[in-house]
Write a protein that binds this ligand. Structure first.
Ligand code: ZN
Length: 411
């Protein structure tokens, strides 16, 4: 995605503020001797920022606006070490609500909807973001927070909630409870806004079928406002994101060079108007691609594909970056294979190879199936795996996705 003149001038303002505040990124820029950018080429020379940089700034090292302008902090929970603290000015809080309201609108939600919010409230950005956006839209908020399924269902029926905001796993739990209790006819839900962790098509289908609702993936991360920076529209052709607030690049996670639109890589985000803690070229480690062209809905906002996984899952085969989710996506198109598969990567004669094990029943021509799967991988991803078809039940069963990929190169 080409950076626009306006975006470049916005980036320059962010750069100026970061240098003035002497934050870690301001110092990075000074070390690199950069005070402004004037082209795409310049922009792509700017250093990246990483979660570790943010962690090292704990507690308030990211603060870029004067303290009297900071009205709130949020924090992303680190699984290891220190959390990241993100300061927000009043304008940041307002901008976030505007973006979030736009998400609801993109999902066709209006001020006549009743929005039940189940993500948590507190230090992290979930519940409060859903709420601020809904209030900006003018909808009625039912601010439940997580858990207490009895109460959730009581409010959902009595208040006639029309929209549920939840994680995919909690939406599924609610769907199952509704089914179990036989109260589906008392539920008025029409839409679900689901935090876009990676979730399978199977889960999506179950929630959609059991609740009879439309589902919308909402994208975001605490470091960059929070959830609400993008969402899919009813055409389900990827998530529109708000390029008046953010500039998004997709880069090859190994070379860190931007890839052409349409190609898979790591999402890198630059904030354009953030005051409390601007971020330049922030590596999210989320994998997706920019979807080229205009959405059938007519929106001018560009689109990101749904999140395909994390860069940590990436494999490089014969010079091509591959993610388990891409293989999974292709296998889903073959109804004759089971949901179990195994990927083995090895190094043979100086080249990386992939062996792909899939299961099917005895009524299928194994050789022909293997050939068709290998052909699809070749045409879709760009290399030919060695596909081995085995009998149903032969592959180990595991809940964990990671167990499906075995990298023998480093054993
Ligand atoms: Zn659209």
């Amino acid at each position: 995605m080409q950076i626009s003149e306006l975006q470049i001038s916005q980036v320059n303002k962010q750069i100026k503020a970061l240098i003035k505040a002497g934050s870690f990124y301001g110092r990075k820029l000074e070390d690199a001797g950069i005070q402004s950018v004037s082209s795409q080429e310049d922009f792509e020379k700017l250093p990246f920022s990483e979660k570790n940089d943010l962690r090292e700034a704990y507690p308030l090292g990211l603060m870029t606006a004067p303290e009297e302008d900071i009205v709130r902090i949020h924090s992303s929970s680190g699984t290891t070490g220190l959390p990241v603290i993100i300061p927000y000015t009043a304008k940041d809080v307002e901008d976030w609500a505007v973006m979030f309201a736009r998400c609801y609108e993109t999902a066709g939600i209006t001020n006549k909807d009743r929005i039940q919010i189940t993500p948590g409230y507190g230090l992290w950005t979930a519940g409060i973001g859903f709420q601020a956006g809904a209030e900006k839209l003018g909808a009625m908020v039912i601010p439940m927070g997580p858990g207490n399924t009895d109460k959730q269902l009581q409010m959902m029926t009595d208040m006639k909630s029309t929209v549920i905001c939840a994680t995919s796993s909690y939406a599924l739990l609610l769907a199952e409870e509704i089914e179990k209790r036989g109260i589906k006819d008392k539920i008025c839900l029409k839409k679900g806004v689901i935090g876009s962790e990676r979730w399978g098509e199977k889960m999506r289908q179950r929630i959609r079928d059991e609740l009879g609702i439309e589902l919308y993936d909402i994208y975001g991360l605490t470091e960059v406002y929070g959830p609400g920076i993008g969402i899919n529209c009813s055409y389900e052709t990827g998530m529109h994101y708000w390029d008046d607030y953010l500039y998004i690049e997709i880069v090859d996670p190994v070379t860190l060079k931007p890839v052409p639109d349409g190609e898979l890589g790591e999402i890198v985000i630059t904030t354009l108007v953030k005051e409390g803690a601007p971020l330049i070229r922030y590596r999210t480690h989320d994998l997706s691609r920019i979807i080229p062209g205009i959405c059938p809905c007519g929106s001018r906002f560009p689109r990101l594909d749904i999140i395909m996984g994390r860069t940590d899952d990436m494999m490089k085969i014969k010079g091509v970056n591959v993610f388990p989710s891409q293989i999974e996506e292709i296998l889903r198109e073959f109804p004759e294979v089971s949901s179990e598969y195994q990927i083995r990567i090895s190094h043979l004669d100086g080249r990386d190879t992939m062996r792909l094990y899939v299961e099917t029943n005895g009524r299928v021509d194994f050789l022909d199936l293997a050939k068709r799967i290998a052909g699809t991988v070749k045409s879709r991803i760009g290399f030919t795996p060695l596909v081995k078809v085995v009998e149903l039940g032969l592959l180990p069963r595991s809940e964990k996705k990671s167990k499906r990929v075995i990298d023998e190169r480093y054993e």
